[in-house]
Design a protein around this ligand. Structure first.
Ligand SMILES: Cc1cc2nc3c(=O)[nH]c(=O)nc-3n(C[C@H](O)[C@H](O)[C@H](O)COP(=O)(O)OP(=O)(O)OC[C@H]3O[C@@H](n4cnc5c(N)ncnc54)[C@H](O)[C@@H]3O)c2cc1C
Length: 288
């Protein structure tokens, strides 16, 4: 593995780890090569998009860590009513939302304020709840790197999209590009929706802090934030990590939080919620 060096990586929650081997993927070929190397060397392979839904608790991530820096976007079909937009998996979601709103292409506007990349948003099937909108809603097809390092084209049914879930979480295939069918709408209408969603976000979520957004999944439609709040944990802290006062499902790092603190805090949250409501909380964030 002479080409790859180790590298320190960091998430939006400001958790830090060393990647044993590190590669920035700038093209589909880079993903194929990374997958093939991981197969021949029998290395684990970890893909990082924006790192906005990952909590690193290991000091070192063994094997090859691939940071997605593949940024491309093109219209592949257009009618009077819609465009089919092919977007690379490393494309920043914030940029995509602004560009599609300005162009008058509907589908992403309610996600205004969602950090990360298209790959992470499809892997997680990122959502907005007012109104309910999933990032995968407009996906019609995609190219993946499969378990053998081969590119395969799949349609939307393949993804089995559900709450916080897509098939990629099971198959560990790599999303390279996705094509979205976006209806044409008045940009002013789209802008209003986007701004409304962002304003709600700003009113209900802590801004400008080190976080990974909602840490736990909602349970049967009940908000995890509500359960954590009612368990009396708003503001509760362990070392450098604390439960936000503004949104109880947001865990925030003051900057100096250690992995042990995060592990302890999440264990306490799970225990208190279980004690009070008899339910098991499950992480939404991918813990590595
Ligand atoms: C302030 C804040 C607000 C947030 N608001 C929301 C919200 O409203 N709704 C919501 O659903 N989430 C929200 N999140 C969580 C997070 O932003 C989303 O889940 C986001 O879509 C993750 O994208 P990412 O590129 O950062 O993924 P990462 O965190 O980098 O990765 C997440 C997972 O996806 C996998 N992955 C990434 N790219 C690929 C790929 N190309 N192929 C295969 N697997 C891949 C990774 O291996 C990892 O397992 C928020 C987070 C923050 C910090």
């Amino acid at each position: 593995m002479p080409k790859f060096k180790s590298q320190i990586i960091q998430t939006t929650l400001r958790t830090i780890a060393k990647a044993q081997y590190y590669l920035e993927a700038k093209s589909p070929d880079d993903f194929i090569e990374a997958k093939k190397i991981s197969l021949t060397k029998k290395f684990p392979l970890t893909i990082i998009g924006g790192g906005s839904n990952i909590a690193l608790i290991q000091k070192e991530i063994k094997g090859l860590v691939v940071k997605n820096a593949y940024i491309d976007k093109k219209v592949v079909a257009e009618t009077a009513d819609y465009v089919d937009l092919s977007v690379s998996s490393g494309y920043p979601v914030g940029l995509l939302i602004n560009e599609t709103v300005d162009a008058g292409w509907s589908g992403f506007e309610y996600h205004k304020g969602l950090p990360g990349t298209v790959g992470g948003a499809i892997y997680m099937n990122a959502k907005w709840t007012r109104p309910v909108s999933y990032f995968g809603d407009r996906l019609i097809s995609a190219n993946l790197v499969d378990a053998n390092g081969k590119v395969k084209c799949v349609d939307r049914n393949y993804f089995q999209f559900a709450y916080d879930s897509s098939i990629l979480q099971k198959t560990k295939e790599i999303l390279i590009e996705a094509v979205f069918r976006l209806p044409k709408e008045n940009p002013a209408v789209l802008r209003k929706r986007a701004e409304g969603a962002l304003a709600y976000r700003q009113a209900t979520q802590p801004m400008g802090v080190a976080t990974s957004g909602c840490f736990f999944q909602n349970i049967n439609g009940t908000s995890a934030g509500y359960l954590i709040d009612k368990a009396g944990l708003k503001g509760y802290s362990v070392g450098g990590f604390y439960v936000s006062d503004k949104h109880a499902n947001f865990i925030v790092n003051r900057g100096n939080g250690k992995a042990e603190d995060l592990i302890k805090l999440t264990a306490i949250i799970k225990e208190k919620v279980k004690e009070k409501f008899g339910v098991e909380m499950k992480e939404e964030v991918v813990v590595v």
